[in-house]
Design a protein. Structure first.
Length: 173
């Protein structure tokens, strides 16, 4: 039996201070950082972040965060409290990846704190409005039932004050 050869991956170490978070890209609203921050202080960032490398206006290499904003925020909080974290592990996303592919990766690679139904609703609405998907197509894309997609999207039809309470955990969707 022949085996496959080991291949190099795009896993590398980057300074977390060189990461740029694009406002509104992540659907997460509740980051709940304290426990994760303490874990990172003790053991570092165990799951790599996903980034796209780019050059800033001065020609310095920076990294646009694609996946792992909660881990990133907890890392930066730990650093602000004096933790010595010079590098985090990261994977490079393809520079030519479409926004749609990056959104899917964000939802599917979520290994830590699960997205709430409200956060899922935000992502599903993006697929309806930005890419023209039907609820059935969204369900197929994310391997969820059409009923789950409908339930999540219905949260966005609620009055803003109720949506705010849902986001803050005062009401479970």
């Amino acid at each position: 039996m022949e085996t496959n050869k080991t291949k190099n991956t795009d896993l590398f170490l980057i300074d977390p201070r060189n990461i740029v978070v694009v406002d509104g890209f992540n659907v997460r609203r509740d980051f709940d950082l304290d426990e994760l921050k303490e874990q990172i202080k003790a053991k570092g960032v165990l799951n790599p972040l996903t980034v796209i490398a780019f050059k800033d206006d001065e020609g310095n290499e920076k990294y646009k965060l694609v996946d792992g904003e909660r881990r990133y925020r907890a890392t930066m909080l730990a650093i602000s409290e004096g933790a010595d974290i010079p590098y985090v592990r990261a994977m490079k996303a393809r520079k030519d990846a479409s926004t749609e592919e990056l959104y899917i990766q964000q939802m599917m690679r979520n290994e830590g704190k699960k997205f709430t139904e409200y956060e899922c609703a935000i992502m599903f609405r993006r697929f309806k409005e930005e890419f023209g998907y039907s609820q059935v197509e969204i369900a197929d894309k994310f391997k969820k039932s059409p009923a789950f997609i409908s339930k999540c999207l219905s949260l966005l039809d609620l009055p803003p004050y109720i949506q705010e309470r849902i986001m803050k955990g005062g009401i479970v969707g």
